[in-house]
Design a protein around this ligand. Sequence first.
Ligand code: ARG
Length: 558
Amino acid sequence: MNFPLFISTYLEEALGKAGFASVDILSQIRASTDSKFGDYQFNGSMGLAKEAKIPPRKVAEKIVEFFALPEFLEPVEIAGPGFLNLRIKPQWLAGKIQEMAADPRLGVLQPAKVKTFVIDFSSPNVAKPMHVGHLRSTILGDSLARTLRFFGHTVITDNHLGDWGTQFGIILYGYKHMLDEEAFKREPVKELARLYVEVRKLFKTAEEIAKGVVDPVQNACRDETAKMHKGDQTNLELWRKFMPVCLSEIDLIYQRLGVRFDYTYGESFYQPFLNKVVQDLSASGLARESEGALAIFLTEDSTPALVRKSDGAFTYMTTDLATIQYRVERWHPDAILYVVDSRQSLHFSQLFQIAHQWLGQQTRLEHEAVRLAKEVYQAAYHQEGETQSKESLEDLNRVGEVVGIGAVKYADLCQNRTSDYVFNWEKMMAMEGNTATYMQYAYARNRSIFRKGGFNPDDYRNSSIPVLLETAEERGLALQLFRFEEALTLSLVDNKPSQITLYLWDLAKAYSVFFQNCPVLKAPNEEIRQSRLLLCDLTARVLKQGLELLGISVLEKM
Ligand code: ARG
């Protein structure tokens, strides 16, 4: 249950009756960090006090005076400067746990309005090694898709592959000038990667170019790309030859991560639409000629966004505009979420403004910016010829697939999406701590209780077993279980799966305290034993479901 949302209507009424201005009540209701302060706290009195020009404590007293105490709450306490401590009655909580146990959706309600989301994520560049930003985008985007789907929304996942870019000019040049045919026959992807790296080495540095040094190789690569874009037969045939081998390599990564896409419409897919898009943009007056190029000036003094370069080539922006138009016309989404590297923030902010002006549509466009890695990691990654993330994935061979993949995903997801990321195997796989390994272990140990006692977990998935919350530890665990929906909702507010990991960690801790203090198989009597088995089974189900939303599997035995 989403308790803050539920209780906010009661508080709103009290606030209204007490004559206070309406505030954002929901954001002021928090789960208490210490049970001393109840289960939830309302922290809005301080803000209201400023406006009403009376002390916060007085505000709190007035709210309590007008608060029609619902039967599921203990009398409200006022603490400190004016916090309201809300404490749920154990019987009511026990009833909610019983309902949850009987519900395959674990108490998570479908939203009143089902929405359609397109999620653009992963989107690596074909024929270039995937970097850690793509890996993060893949893991995060997949988790967002799973969570939105679990709520009952319609989700379309689309992998916007970079399959038409200048990297092809580089491998086309390499293929024509420095191919090792035998190597290409044996291991085509490896040979293409080698060509990419070798050709890049021939490029002049940025400083040299700034000094006016000519760069024949880079120019030749550019020509190869341009020829391909213009429909040159040889280059297109080579592109068709390279694509499947490159894609099968990328697919291996998705398979191991357990990630799949509804669509993989890469940049090449939109090429047939680009002429029309550009015509439209200039006919509507949005784009105009500027130094031979076609540009959109969002404000007179900001850098314009080019939709056609002076050499006639279309841009990343042009393709992205065509993509939005296509998605809107085909799926009519309420929102399109882009899970992409934060370095592209400027691109997306321009893209969204242009799209809204051009199509005038109501679709929400959001950039879920993903930060890359700490400099240390980035440096290591560049030195090793941009292959670090691939190698790290290969390391996974050495450890259990489920545990290893879970560890990587969890470590990534429990970071704030916009914080830096350091790769640290030891920390990621720690048995104690906020890691997937710990959650998986807690799950497996939980399952072994049922095997050991000869109990069938299915027998605890109905509402006929009385739930007894007599000890603080049982109550503490029940309260965490009860918060599942609330945690999932929070994770969708800012599209941050870290809210789910945070919740799972609290749940795992509450479970461990319960387990240490409340004997299950050796409970004092049969009634308590049944109730504790139910709490155990529900914990296992919530852990499993929560991990599944992160794209992480569990094992029945470890
Ligand atoms: N291929 C791009 C890159 O690796 C990311 C694409 C993101 N999606 C988009 N619609 N622009 O930088």
